[in-house]
Design a protein around this ligand. Sequence first.
Ligand code: UD1
Length: 365
Amino acid sequence: MRILTVIGARPQFVKAAPVSAALRTAHEEYLVHTGQHYDYNMSDIFFEELGLPAPDLNLGAGSGTHATQTASMIAPLERAVIAQNPDMILVYGDTNSTVAAALVAHALDVPLAHVEAGLRSYNRTMPEEINRIVTDRVSDLLFCPSQIAVENLAKEGIREGVVLTGDVMVDAVLRAVETAKQTSMIHVTLGVNAPYALLTIHRPANTDDPDALAAILSGCGGLDLPVIFPVHPRTRVAMDRAGIALPENVRLINPLGYIDMLCLLEAAEVALTDSGGLQKEAYILKTPAVTIRTETEWVETVASGWNRLVAPDAQAIVSAVAEAAHNQPETHPDYYGDGNAAERIVAALEAFVEEHHAERSGTPN
Ligand code: UD1
């Protein structure tokens, strides 16, 4: 079987690594990097640390508005798919790279598989929500990380091709966490010891509204903890533009690779974030999270008491962090699977491709 995988943004490198390893034990993978993320510490470092093979093709799409960025991927992706003639196209998550590949698969009538299908925030102002809906609509195989994702798809009438695989991020975390604890020097490099909070912010709703961004940093300034803040390039630009000063206890650092990030997260008192991936990684590592958003796709983390949603409001952030640190739940349900999602995904791809070939060879000319 020959799979053409399309990835482009930081969280997709993490998700693709375990699947790519499982796939390549018996099959061929042609890996396309759209170039959506291109800085060394937003891209290359993940390939090195996760053992993800170098891309066969990099489209160099780079930054831009959503439409420009997505459009710049579509034509070169179409050429690549025609040239490679894969059995199936494999995409991850909800970025502009995901939806670009989904549209190309549909246009060329190549079967499409979506890892992390069925996630919904029910907030249509997020570009990711539209990317997910469109991608799920045109996918032949929909790999769901959780039971709730399966139910979300059923509510939209999507039942065919849906497979509950568990979450590939569990696979990734379980593969890397021991190495992270043993080899990462990040605590020494930063000269930081527990307790501390870990902060990441990159959603436009928080970065593009100077009042929201100022309130988030002011809330962090009100914490009785050092706050380590690996800053996304967009957030750094937004802070400079808005002239937001850093509180004394907030330590701004460059974006980190996967190993250092896992190590910092595992030992953090609390994770403060608007990232989907970090909410879930925090849950897997049993680090309480405070999510600075009005809603989340990872509703199980909130229902179980390991995650709290707060508005970008300084006082609300201070209260939520205090609660998160002092009221840790006693139970930690296994919502996201056992760390073998990658194998289930490969098995489902194999079965689909075999059936598809059988159907095609059985069709009279
Ligand atoms: C994208 C995804 C988001 C995902 C996030 C992970 C979409 C719509 N959004 O958001 O779902 O959670 O990736 O990080 O696809 N930049 C650099 N260097 C880089 C990459 C980006 O400087 O290597 C800067 C550019 O100024 C760019 C900005 O960051 O304009 C935003 O990058 P972009 O890929 O457009 O969106 P993200 O915010 O990273």
